[in-house]
Design a protein around this ligand. Structure first.
Ligand SMILES: [Zn+2]
Length: 268
């Protein structure tokens, strides 16, 4: 300690460097405090749960760098696994290894029919659910979550699915008009956590009319938001989302310090 004091007085230039570094440290510390204060009054921000459905593995994987850049954690609900190439299966495993979640979305994406006979229910469970999910699990994918294809949710099959998956999701996401009503509901029929849910498909209507600002405001205020998309592309097709609009919103979420969560991570 003593020698340090002597060296400071002997070398004024060194002292000024020390002062400079001390000032930098204080600024960095104050910046860190400022970041902490982004959510005043002890408010905890909501979590952004991004869910992505269907089979567009190559499309999802091509945005891997952006997922990493913004510290995103997504849940991919996969159908048509039996038609995928070894490379596509490897991409799903890599997404899982990087902290994303792979979930299940049936084998052939056949929507549930509420008029099924008992035999048809048994066949659906055997083919669409059990044989399909076994294919994914055999490849090392840790499947905890399921989502119904289409907009159908039927309590008749729900218990069968609950016996097989930790979290069963509906597909009742609001589109543009729906979102404007800002309705909250649980994505998981057996859980009471409310989300505001919105589908980012259909030519990125979310990017217009202040929807992005509403999403951010809700997250900042502590509301959990779930957003569904299918693939990211500049081609205007059904079930596509404009990448610039999507990552524009994601960047704002990231910069605001709002956390992303997978579905399993949310309920952990
Ligand atoms: Zn689907």
């Amino acid at each position: 300690m003593g020698s340090e004091h002597r060296s400071v007085s002997k070398y004024p230039l060194l002292a000024s460097f020390r002062g400079f570094f001390l000032a930098c440290s204080v600024i960095l510390f104050l910046n860190a405090c400022e970041k902490e204060k982004k959510f005043p009054e002890g408010k905890v921000p909501g979590k952004l749960v991004l869910v992505c459905d269907d089979w567009n593995v190559d499309n999802w994987y091509s945005y891997l760098d952006s997922f990493e850049k913004y510290d995103m954690a997504l849940t991919f609900y996969v159908s048509h696994f039996h038609t995928m190439s070894p490379e596509q299966k490897a991409k799903l495993l890599d997404l899982q290894d990087r902290g994303h979640e792979i979930a299940y979305h049936t084998l052939h994406h056949i929507p549930w029919n509420t008029n099924y006979t008992q035999k048809e229910i048994d066949d659906y469970l055997r083919v669409e659910i059990d044989s399909g999910v076994a294919l994914l699990r055999n490849e090392g994918l840790l499947i905890n979550c399921f989502s119904f294809p289409g907009e159908v949710y039927d309590s008749a099959i729900f218990q069968h699915l609950k016996d097989r998956f930790a979290h069963v999701r509906t597909s009742h996401f609001g589109y543009f008009e729906y979102w404007k009503r800002r309705r909250e509901f649980s994505l998981m029929p057996d859980k009471d956590q409310p989300f505001r849910s919105y589908a980012l498909d259909n030519a990125s209507l979310f990017a217009s009319d202040g929807n992005g600002e509403m999403i951010l405001a809700d997250l900042r205020a502590g509301t959990n938001v779930a957003l569904l998309f299918h693939s990211l592309t500049y081609e205007k097709q059904p079930y596509t989302t404009n990448p610039a609009d999507f990552f524009g919103l994601i960047k704002e979420v990231h910069d605001a310090g709002i956390p992303f969560s997978t579905v399993s991570g949310f309920y952990r």
